[in-house]
Design a protein around this ligand. Sequence first.
Ligand SMILES: Cc1ncc(C[n+]2csc(CCOP(=O)(O)OP(=O)(O)O)c2C)c(N)n1
Ligand SMILES: [Mg+2]
Length: 684
Amino acid sequence: MSDEKLDQLSINTIRTLSMDAVQAAKSGHPGTPMALAPLVYTIWNRVMRFDPKDPIWPNRDRFVLSNGHASMLLWSALHLSGTRAVNADYERLGEPSVTLDDIRRFRQLGSHAPGHPEYHWVSGVETTTGPLGQGIATSVGMAIAERWLAQRYNRPGFELFDYDVYAVCGDGCLMEGVGAEAASLAGHLGLDHLCWIYDNNHITIEGSTQIAFTEDVAARFQGYGWDVQRIGDANDVERIEHALRIFRETKGRPTLVILDSHIGYGSPHKQDTAAAHGEPLGEDEIRLTKRGYGWPEDAKFLVPEGVREHFAAGIGARGAEARRRWEELFAAYRKQHPELATEIDLMQRRELPVGWDRNLPVFPADPKGIAGRDASGKVLNVLAQNVPWLIGGSADLAPSNKTTLNYEGAGDFQAGTPGGKNLHFGIREHAMGAIVNGLSLSKVRAFGATFFIFSDYARPAIRLSALMEIPSIFVFTHDAMGDGEDGPTHQPVEHLASLRAIPGLVVLRPGDANEVVEAYKVVMQLRHKPAVLALSRQPLPTLDRKRYAPAAGVARGAYVFADAPGGRPELILIATGSELSLAVQAHEKLLADGIRSRVVSMPSWDLFEHQPQEYRDGVLPPDVRARVAIEQASTFGWERYVGEAGRVIGMRTFGASAPLHELQKKFGFEPDRVVEVARELLGR
Ligand SMILES: Cc1ncc(C[n+]2csc(CCOP(=O)(O)OP(=O)(O)O)c2C)c(N)n1
Ligand SMILES: [Mg+2]
């Protein structure tokens, strides 16, 4: 068979597998895979440097399917290319990543062909997609990582990092704000290893894009500083290959390829209609469509002879050769630059270098104390020197977040200085979240920062970091009413509760400077979980650790900070963050009045809930039912620790615009109020 025939056969295999899988599942999205099969075929089999035998090889080209509903494209590509599975411990397992049986069981429990691409569940998926816009925004993080890795690790004769990032997206991705934020930043940074391919099919769920999306996308991207190409026929593989060649030759700017396509291509009754987007074509329509493709009408899940071999000769051979050459190069590099090679090894396994925690500050007891954000800034600056691949930045609030890495040589990441460790996300919190995820997926350790209130603007990306089980770091300052005069628009209330509700996200609200240090120690050692740090704007007393328990207790999520005589409390005060010192003041008063209180510092629910029952019962003895939780945030959820008999001093409304001390008085965050509530509880 000629190569041209094999190309067509392969493309139609992707199309028919997609149609059959959606039909069998009785749900899914057939139309876009049918339209984009030639694109995905061309990227995978002709262009990408990706070795199916090792889908985590560090310099592989990345493929992101931002229109995740078209997941059958990815399952087909992974299956036909024979991509192998890898487990979380980075051992190559050798099992196929996606079997034909998985595709037969598309969208069913346990299948490695789930509804949308899921990182961590299916090897070869570079990032989880489905929430539109998220994939393209994440791809910008991958492209930033490429620049940064190249600058740090490439040496003359050793081009270790030069991978390209391909992201496919639809109308939805380009309508979403996060896509626009990310595109703007990518243009500013001139990320020339980044290529988005826009499926310009004029169709979304409600029908024609004429109802809501009539802008000039090309002009917009030109305005961002992108190179824009247009392909009028999505079936023209030569033209697609040519466009991707131009992309690789274009320096100094990212590329957008606008691809005019026909959703549901080949379906006599559904092509170019919204009906092809999100439901099975129906048995009759499938038969008619297959007839049009010259396909056996009644065959299901057919992979004709020669197709797998064609992929083996294409991406298989090209990818294996690229990886072999890279590994040879890396072996020679290791001899000349052993330290840098070790860094790359560690990074790939998400491990830390020896001495990662040296020189961390120890804060002496000090009633005036230091703000959480200031302590954080000091810690970050030490960690970023100990861990060369820790980079990050803020969404234009670095001077307030105190996240600037200001030691000699840290530098700013810009187009002309891609080795800089300070990223400037601009006022683009949502893209920041996705970009931090893209960096984390590229094994660079990354943090993003803003005010806690604006975590809302990044939330969809934070949620995905947890779903993907990647160690993104979010540094949020101004964590409660410390921003007093700015008023309720700037005072988080429900944010802690809402982030604590995300499965697998480690939320930490440290109570003083030494707890900040310990919190960062916990965060740095996370390999498969993201973390949120909620830090105070205002100074918090640095508590006397000779008198009270050591801050190392942070690692267990909650610990007995100050205890009743003999360790036999009749009352427990539970506090986080700025309310820890408040609880301690109340505790001292209660002790003086002969009430046996205990203070539990609880910076992280999540960490605490992962402790053995015995430890948890030691901290919160079940028979001590007089409990008061104190937190400048929504009371929502604290019932689980104070129980029915307990009380919560927290927020039940929004805050207000006033100096902090007045707000503390108004909302009851004062020692006397805590004492009063405690006494009410005990009836004394
Ligand atoms: C953030 C977000 N909002 C809404 C949806 C639901 N949704 C899935 S696909 C889709 C339409 C997408 O249109 P387009 O990107 O043009 O994809 P096409 O139908 O052309 O493949 C919508 C609204 C989603 N997945 N993510
Ligand atoms: Mg569309």
